[in-house]
Design a protein around this ligand. Structure first.
Ligand code: LMR
Length: 394
């Protein structure tokens, strides 16, 4: 029966992981998949996670099922982290999901259930898996301009012009902070303009927020999401704990559906539970429980926030170092955008050929669209990368 299957394209980001592993060169630099690495190249378990795991081991006396939407305490803790008190709690339906990807997938399915004909507006570029999942679900996508190849910032006029063509019943997918793959982000005034367009068109926003705390700070990174959620009648928010809690493999995420009123919330909540049941029954609990313990305990939370802030600062330091090194080597400011970008990623803005040359000749691994994981660098590999970028003539 399975001989009818067609070979599927390899995920471009995950394929790099294996290629990098197979490369014997000691000087190789991995800037592929979005994981944080410390100065020694390790992706550590965060201190607060270790402490919470220890406590959990001591205190947990059952592993019986939670609810279909996960433990409500996890939803409460994450809603407080992402949305604060921006919208009334009784308008928010929420369900734990296997990672941020699970939240994205469930959100798309919820949209499809409500409006099979909905078009989903996606930034050009966006995280490739957004496109892959939408294609798999047979949902219509409409790209909107986002990245300006010259400035390596946001093509804001293009973005607004394209979003104005959305209509009620369409969905606009936005990155809450730390845009993946470009690192280029809207400022507060630009977010206001996007919210205005959403209100004018009646399109429903969906926010993917996977890097809260990696850009300008925990609250700062959620500010646009809060403002938007408060302004529009309804929206979807897919949040990930993979990066900011460093629990990548635990698959911990939350999908939130903000409704106009409490009656609509109840329908949304039932739908989210139903979708979980169809796809995997109960969501993973281990990571969600650790996150809940950390967010609801003053000492653990303070320790987690301090470590997250160190991670953020180290990424900012690497950005400054790389921009400075490139300025020195090129004698120009054309790489200044690297210190303007925020989050794990920056799009270098070069051709797939040059990306290939960087890999073959210099052992530098980045995604084919020239997305670099800045968090994969350290003080020693920054000069190696800068020299290679200049050597290949970017
Ligand atoms: C990335 O973009 O590298 C991360 O979000 C990891 C992934 O699943 O692709």
């Amino acid at each position: 029966m399975f001989e009818t299957l067609q070979a599927q394209p390899a995920d471009k980001i995950l394929a790099l992981v294996q290629m990098y592993r197979d490369d014997p060169r000691a000087t190789k630099v991995d800037l592929g998949v979005g994981v944080y690495k410390d100065a020694t190249g390790l992706t550590p378990v965060m201190r607060a996670i270790k402490s919470a795991e220890h406590l959990l081991w001591e205190q947990q006396d059952t592993k019986v099922y939670t609810g279909l939407a996960g433990d409500p305490a996890f939803a409460d803790a994450m809603i407080e982290l992402v949305l604060g008190d921006a919208v009334p709690r009784d308008t928010i339906a929420a369900a734990a999901t296997p990672g941020g990807t699970g939240a994205v997938r469930q959100a798309f399915e919820m949209i499809q259930m409500a409006r099979p004909e909905a078009r989903v507006f996606v930034s050009d570029p966006t995280w490739p898996n957004h496109l892959s999942i939408l294609k798999y679900l047979n949902m219509e996508m409409v790209p909107y301009r986002y990245f300006d190849d010259d400035s390596r910032g946001v093509d804001f006029d293009g973005m607004i012009a394209d979003l104005k063509t959305a209509k009620k019943g369409d969905v606009v997918l936005l990155h809450g902070c730390c845009h993946n793959p470009t690192g280029a982000n809207l400022n507060a005034t630009e977010w206001d303009a996007v919210i205005e367009v959403l209100l004018q068109t009646g399109a429903t926003p969906m926010i993917d927020i996977a890097y809260q705390g990696f850009g300008d700070g925990l609250q700062e990174d959620a500010a646009a999401t809060c403002k938007l959620a408060a302004a529009v009648p309804e929206c979807l928010i897919a949040a990930s704990c993979s990066k900011n809690f460093g629990i990548y493999r635990e698959r911990t995420g939350l999908l939130m559906a903000v409704a106009a009123n409490a009656a609509a919330q109840s329908l949304n909540q039932g739908t989210l539970a139903f979708l979980n049941r169809q796809n995997f029954s109960f969501p993973p609990d281990h990571g969600a429980r650790l996150v809940t313990m950390i967010l609801t305990d003053d000492a653990l939370r303070a320790d987690w926030m301090a470590e997250l802030e160190d991670v953020r600062q180290s990424m900012l330091g690497l950005r400054t170092q790389l921009a400075g090194e490139l300025q020195r080597l090129s004698g120009s400011d054309r790489f200044g955008f690297l210190s303007q970008h925020r989050g794990m990623f920056s799009r270098l803005g070069t051709t797939p050929d040059k990306v290939e040359e960087l890999r073959v000749k210099h052992g530098i691994y980045m995604v084919g669209d020239s997305r670099m994981n800045i968090a994969g660098l350290n003080a020693n590999s920054v000069p190696v990368l800068a020299q290679a970028i200049i050597a290949v003539g970017v």
